[in-house]
Design a protein around this ligand. Structure first.
Ligand SMILES: [Zn+2]
Length: 429
């Protein structure tokens, strides 16, 4: 240790000089945004604010003038909000628009590279952070790292690797169980540790049947298996999301200590009360079934699927209403796959139908997403020290939730403009 640092004593000066040279253009690239309005973390709007950005972080938020020499971005006619957070995506599920979305025969790595289109469409919705919920062969880990390294342009990603599920009957001929198939608490513990050792940020369990046009709700994992996953992940500092379409899986997921519960429909009042008490996040993902019903032909769903999907939506919304009344915390999750990217934030319109105010829906898409991820000190607010992930919207999102869906005009991620639709909106009017 000593020998090493001694030897590098002289070269350290060289390193300092190199760093100084590298730092020069970054400080010259200080930006100042003039925002017509910003919304503070309590959901109040403040007029005429200057946000100063140095590198990828916000360094000040004030009513004062922009610093001399700063590159000024004039967003005076917009409301500026923090980048939104979609906590349930399937970014690596890519469809090229030919054949059927689910008829993919490419290698997962090829799909992952092509799925840069999903990343771009997601940024265009004003989403600058996602939690991605299942991917083949750790391609989500690769995608996250390529974005971090600047090789891909996309939202910040928090990833699960592959979601864990139990061996299911009946087998489909020729379909071998994948690495996410685990049975019994011991196998669950082992796979959770392995996934975390492979670099995932979260653990996901498929705690019930149900996906795409299949809206069955049968619990899969036992309570003991869920508990084994939660305890193992928590001991290693990671959080757990449990998918359950139905009430039984939801009840056990909440009791087992899941950090977030996905989809859960038809929950009993006791489970909802328990979520409110424990602070379990609810990610109801109502809109994705609307998307499937609207695009049933494209997906080649079986006859009767649309009726089943629409019935599930009604019950999903009803469950969400009861959760709102009980004070359960909501986060925005689109469950976007294949062709649904670009509609990530439509989930918020369902939140308002479920009884949240537009301001509460805004919080669900920003501060709540950040808190769910454990990133409440870096994401989901416009304040010094936070990442400079900012979205300019046209209109007042506190009065109309559709502003968050259709009103996005400019997106900044880590201090860089990644989407600019200002010209399009002005010439279109
Ligand atoms: Zn999903």
């Amino acid at each position: 240790m000593n020998h090493r640092s001694g030897r590098s004593g002289r070269s350290r000066w060289a390193a300092v000089l190199i760093l100084a040279v590298l730092a020069a253009p970054a400080s010259a690239a200080t930006k100042a945004i003039r925002a017509g309005k910003v919304i503070d973390p309590n959901g109040r709007s403040i007029a005429n604010v200057v946000i100063v950005i140095t590198d990828d972080r916000i360094t000040s938020v004030s009513s004062g003038p922009p610093p001399a020499g700063a590159d000024v971005i004039d967003l005076g006619r917009y409301t500026v909000i923090p980048g939104m957070i979609d906590v349930h995506t399937h970014m690596t599920y890519y469809w090229d628009g030919t054949g059927r979305p689910r008829g993919v025969t490419r290698l997962p790595a090829v799909s992952m590279v092509l799925a840069q289109a999903n990343l771009r469409k997601t940024l265009e919705t004003g989403v600058t952070t996602v939690r991605d919920m299942n991917a083949a062969e750790l391609t989500d880990v690769a995608m996250r790292d390529l974005i971090r390294a600047g090789s891909f342009t996309g939202p910040r990603m928090f990833v699960v690797g592959y979601g864990l599920g139990i061996t299911r009957q009946p087998y489909r001929p020729g379909n071998l169980p994948g690495p996410g198939t685990v049975d019994g608490p011991d196998e669950v513990r082992r796979r959770v540790r392995q996934l975390i050792a492979s670099g995932v940020d979260w653990i996901k369990l498929f705690g019930s049947t149900g996906s795409f046009e299949d809206v069955t709700q049968n619990e899969t994992f036992t309570f003991e298996e869920m508990k084994a996953a939660v305890d193992t992940a928590h001991a290693l500092g990671k959080r757990v999301a449990i998918h359950s379409y139905g009430p039984d899986g939801a009840r056990d997921a909440v009791r087992a200590g899941a950090d977030s519960l996905e989809h859960a429909t038809d929950m009993d009042d006791q489970t909802i009360a328990e979520m409110a008490k424990r602070g379990t996040w609810y990610v109801p993902t109502i809109d994705h079934n609307r998307y499937y019903a609207d695009h049933a032909g494209e997906y080649d769903f079986a006859p009767g699927s649309v009726e089943r999907l629409r019935d599930f939506i009604t019950r999903n919304l009803d469950t969400a209403r009861r959760a709102v009344k009980a004070g359960v915390k909501f986060a925005m999750g689109s469950d976007a796959v294949y062709s649904m990217f670009g509609e990530n934030t439509r989930e918020l319109t369902w939140f308002v139908k479920a009884g949240l105010t537009p301001a509460q829906a805004y919080v669900a898409a920003t501060a709540n997403g950040a808190a769910l991820l454990g990133m409440e000190k870096s994401l989901g607010a416009i304040a010094p020290g936070y990442y400079a992930d900012l979205v300019a919207v046209e209109g007042d999102p506190l009065a109309d939730v559709n502003v968050l869906v259709d009103g996005v005009r400019l997106v900044i991620k880590g201090g860089l403009i990644v989407v600019d639709k200002r010209g399009a909106s002005e010439s279109g009017r």
